[in-house]
Design a protein around this ligand. Structure first.
Ligand SMILES: Cc1cc2nc3c(=O)[nH]c(=O)nc-3n(C[C@H](O)[C@H](O)[C@H](O)COP(=O)(O)OP(=O)(O)OC[C@H]3O[C@@H](n4cnc5c(N)ncnc54)[C@H](O)[C@@H]3O)c2cc1C
Length: 417
């Protein structure tokens, strides 16, 4: 039995890993193994887009263990900051939150109570708000001032065009991320980079005769069997973004019964700076051309890299100007705004731009009905990845590993394994 897996991100690799003993597998990858979690590797490896994991990421941690990398998994309570008037304030301990000048005491109390309320909610509670927009929901629950001063900047930095984002998504997000320890949030990382995960997976797959080929899938057709780039397969597993499938074969998406999903795009400028931006904060929410400053070397030791590594991260949409401008122009725009945090262009040793056109679904109102099932309407064609159920309410490495494993179970059962 021959299986084509399209995409060698975490979903495609995890599925291939589970199915390697049942099928003759060929994995097609357009760019790099690891997809959105792939790395830039000068003399060390660092993810192109910031990455960390959580204690609750059971599937990812299990995979790390199976690959013999568990001793490399490290945990650290990191500090968070919030910009107000061009200055970044730490907002981790009750005292720091009290001292933050960007919000009245009353609003801080309201926000704390709202977080507690979200943490008590369950799946059924969230579903009730799937058709309500986050803007409407927050306005009703917390009022216009908190909406505009706190939630709008966060929504804008996360989605760019946020008007239709669902309240169900926001409530679920607050419930998950509100579960912090005193003093900060505990995050995990594979010391020296998640690239090691992909290298190990690739080694194991290739030694099990799984073929991983570089190059884009340009054509998928059905002529009795499934035909991918001219080669015949018994089944296909699609893990690349849904809009790419539409480009490959527009008529196929109707046959498969796939609903359209709106995607967001990601932009990260990764830079090495002579200066740190904050003393010890890992993640700062800011309000300029980028939405977050992420100081990686306040998370992992400076000695692992020998330089201060900082991400300037923002989200936009696929058709936006920022996705069309040259790398040099985007870097110039971001570095111009970095000056307000005390880092000038001459302090920057090097900067690289990474952009992903389809970096995650936009969780719009009614999104739950658009979650893609693993089995398509056409026999032998499966879909898994960022639009699968394990990646709601937030796409993550864990969600992709889980969707890869779950779709593998479905494929096995359909083919009688
Ligand atoms: C800015 C950013 C920060 C993130 N931070 C975190 C984090 O801190 N923690 C966390 O858990 N998750 C994080 N994520 C999410 C995580 O990276 C993804 O959820 C996960 O890596 C997605 O894996 P995937 O295999 O489902 O999709 P992808 O990684 O998108 O893999 C799909 C693959 O398909 C390939 N492809 C596309 N078109 C074709 C084609 N025509 N032919 C062949 N191949 C094709 C692509 O090149 C890609 O490799 C982050 C994502 C972004 C964008």
């Amino acid at each position: 039995m021959k299986l084509a897996v399209i995409g060698a991100g975490l979903t495609g690799l995890s599925a291939a890993y589970e199915l390697k003993d049942c099928f003759k597998i060929k994995v097609f990858e357009k760019r790099e193994v690891g997809g959105l979690a792939s790395s830039y590797c000068p003399s060390y490896c660092i993810e192109k887009f910031y990455h960390h994991c959580f204690r609750r990421d059971e599937e990812l941690i299990q995979l790390i263990k199976r690959l013999g990398l568990h001793s490399k998994l490290v945990w650290k309570t990191v500090r968070t900051g919030q910009e107000f008037g061009g200055k970044i304030y730490p907002v981790n301990t009750p005292l720091e939150i009290l001292r933050y000048p960007g919000m009245s005491i009353m609003d801080k109390v309201k926000l704390a109570l709202f977080t507690l309320k979200c943490r008590k909610m369950n799946e059924e509670d969230f579903i009730r708000y799937d058709d309500v927009s986050a803007v409407e929901g927050i306005k009703k629950e917390l009022g216009e001032r908190l909406l505009n001063s706190f939630f709008v900047p966060l929504l804008r930095s996360k989605f760019g065009d946020y008007g239709n984002v669902s309240y169900a998504w926001l409530l679920a997000r607050v419930a998950i991320r509100g579960n912090r320890k005193a003093g900060g949030e505990e995050l995990g990382y594979l010391r020296h980079g998640f690239q090691q995960l992909f290298d190990r997976m690739l080694d194991e797959l290739e030694s099990s005769n799984v073929e991983v080929v570089r190059g884009a899938v340009k054509k998928v057709e059905r002529t009795g069997n499934w035909v991918v780039n001219g080669e015949s397969f018994d089944a296909v597993l699609w893990t690349a973004p849904i809009p790419v499938l539409r480009c490959v074969n527009d008529r196929l998406t109707e046959v498969l019964g796939i609903k359209d999903v709106k995607y967001q795009s990601s932009i990260c400028v990764l830079l090495s700076s002579e200066k740190e931006i904050t003393e010890d904060i890992y993640w700062s929410n800011v309000n300029c051309s980028f939405g977050a400053v992420i100081e990686h070397t306040h998370f992992m030791p400076f000695e692992d890299y020998g330089e201060n590594l900082i991400y300037l991260a923002g989200y936009t949409y696929p058709e936006s100007e920022l996705m069309k401008l040259s790398s040099r122009d985007v870097i110039r725009i971001y570095l111009r705004d970095l000056v307000r945090f005390g880092v000038k262009e001459e302090d920057v040793r090097w900067a690289r731009l990474f952009r992903a056109k389809y970096s995650g679904p936009v969780y719009e109102r009614g999104y739950r009905n658009r979650i893609t099932p693993y089995r398509s309407k056409a026999e032998g064609f499966y879909i898994a990845g960022m639009t699968s159920k394990p990646n709601y309410p937030e796409r993550s490495m864990n969600g992709s590993v889980k969707s890869g494993r779950e779709v593998a179970e479905v494929i096995k059962s359909d083919f009688g394994f």
